[in-house]
Design a binder for this molecule. Structure first.
Ligand SMILES: [Zn+2]
Length: 402
């Protein structure tokens, strides 16, 4: 049986319910949802035997979940079973959906994911957000959210919550962007600028990217470092299947680990940060190219054509990543380092120097470095799936909202 991975939704941090009947019902609803999600389609009897409750008790719970649109009956079970045929239960493809949104430096994106994990609606708007004040950006994002919600509703879904990925530091209140240097936003309460009718959660894009890797990646271990790049470098630390958030919520800022203490100035106020060597714009500059849109595509295309300057720039970026990651790997001893975002597309040219540096500097055997297949979609998917996970973890919280 697949054990559900409990990365608590930031807005419901590990709520412990009192051990009352109500709390028991709530936990049992979650156990039924997780069992059907992991192993379905299943009959009521099969669910009962999996979670050790009577069939009557499970039927009551299942009926409630069906009424709330969280489970659906697929019709009679396949023949040949002993006893009265029961109908098979599956997680609903209608009912609640997680709405994920991403504020990128050069784009906005919104998607709706149903409880089965399928993307049912998606919209992307290209155009720079650098230097734009938060209000118009959030107004535009709100319009895109409305568009995706309308599309999802036409398919029989309803939004269970909204999670927004941002390229910056987010406070533990999960709504305040403390600092987003590449947008030039400081102390912005995004919660106040998002649609009032949807419970919003704001988090760092690298955090959502790492959660997507944890939930959707191929054989992702429970302990790993996730490194991704857009203009900035995003880092996240997953320990025992949970995000390490740190005291203020700022853990994982690998992009601002100094690689050369006397190096170029960084938007964070420091010098010689990893971002100045391995961020997309830094790599383009090092290769003698002008930063513009489609930065990754330009780099990957030129690298594939054998452009020597691009090869050198990517090799140096790999070395810088290796130096910064060595510190993190030696400190945390993860099972793997996963390269995501733009780094995934550039991995063939980054990996040799990155792995060499890690091997040279690591205590003991060097950590495995793998490449995410989610690529730049990670943060958006992670955001939407965080809402879906919250529903699976606590279906009682949304039951009755249909
Ligand atoms: Zn910095």
């Amino acid at each position: 049986m697949t054990t559900p991975l409990h990365e608590a939704h930031p807005s419901s941090p590990g709520r412990r319910l009192p051990d009352t009947q109500q709390g028991m019902r709530r936990r049992n609803l979650a156990r039924v949802m997780h069992t059907v999600n992991a192993e379905g389609p299943l009959s009521r009897a099969a669910v009962a035997s999996r979670i050790g409750l009577t069939r009557a008790a499970v039927s009551t719970l299942v009926d409630e979940l069906i009424r709330s649109g969280l489970l659906e009956e697929l019709g009679p079970e396949r023949p040949g079973r002993v006893g009265r045929p029961g109908s098979s239960l599956a997680v609903s493809g209608r009912g609640p959906a997680g709405i994920g949104a991403e504020i990128g430096v050069d784009h906005l994106a919104v998607c709706a994911v149903d409880l089965r994990g399928t993307v049912r609606a998606r919209v992307v708007r290209h155009g720079t957000n650098r230097g734009r004040p938060p209000q118009p950006v959030l107004a535009e994002l709100t319009a895109l959210v409305a568009q995706v919600v309308a599309e999802a509703e036409r398919e029989g879904l309803w939004p269970a919550g909204l999670a927004v990925a941002v390229p910056g530091l987010v406070a533990r209140d999960t709504r305040t962007v403390v600092r987003a240097p590449n947008l030039d936003w400081h102390e912005v309460d995004l919660g106040a600028l998002l649609p009032a009718d949807l419970p919003p959660t704001v988090d760092n894009e690298a955090n959502f990217g790492s959660l997507a890797e944890l939930w959707l990646g191929d054989d992702t271990p429970l302990d790993f470092l996730h490194v991704s790049a857009e203009i900035g470098i995003g880092g996240a630390v997953v320990v025992d299947g949970r995000l390490l958030r740190g005291t203020r919520g700022f853990a994982g800022e690998l992009g601002h680990v100094p690689v050369h203490p006397e190096g170029p100035e960084c938007a964070c106020g420091g010098r010689g940060c990893l971002e100045q060597y391995a961020g997309e714009e830094a790599v383009l500059r090092a290769a003698g190219l002008t930063p513009g849109e489609n930065r990754v595509e330009v780099l990957a295309e030129r690298a594939a054509q054998g452009d020597k300057e691009v090869h050198r720039a990517l090799r140096d970026a790999g070395t810088a990543l290796g130096i910064a990651l060595t510190g993190a790997v030696n400190l945390l001893d993860p099972q793997a380092v996963v390269l995501g975002g733009a780094l995934a597309a550039l991995a063939p040219w980054l990996l040799p120097s990155l792995e060499l540096e890690l091997a040279r500097r690591s205590a003991g055997r060097a950590c495995v470095v793998s490449v995410s297949r989610l690529g730049p979609e990670g943060p958006l998917l992670g955001a939407a799936h965080s809402v879906v996970r919250a529903v699976l973890d606590d279906p009682a919280a949304v039951a009755g909202r249909t």
